[in-house]
Design a protein around this ligand. Sequence first.
Ligand SMILES: [Zn+2]
Length: 142
Amino acid sequence: MNNDCCTQSFSDSAIKSYIQTVGVAGLCDFCGSKGSSGTDINQIARFIDEGIGQKYERVEEHMAHESPEGGFQVGTLSVAEVLLNEERAFDEGLESPDSLADEICCNSMLSTGLVRRRLAICLGVTRSPKRLSTGGDVSMAT
Ligand SMILES: [Zn+2]
């Protein structure tokens, strides 16, 4: 089976422009569109890994930054969940975003056990006047 995916399958502009750059016009195995730039899903997964790696990290790395007595606990995400729920990376018209997400997840080096980087959380805090200590965000243990 050919596993080519095209720009039309995504809404994320970075992913779209990446596929545009490396891809060739062809039939998309996921959204079925013809003539849009597309490339192998494995190659797209590599690119997505890089992008996700800037915003998310493995829970093991994340835990290493926390004091063990902090009662730290956090729910982890898979690459599929990040793409589907956190980043909403797929085109809304895509018929089965789940199967594309699974396919990317299978090809991803990161795959599962992801949490948002601490840095990203902090950046979010500076933009919002609301203090995390009053909220339900479990990742700020201090
Ligand atoms: Zn497509």
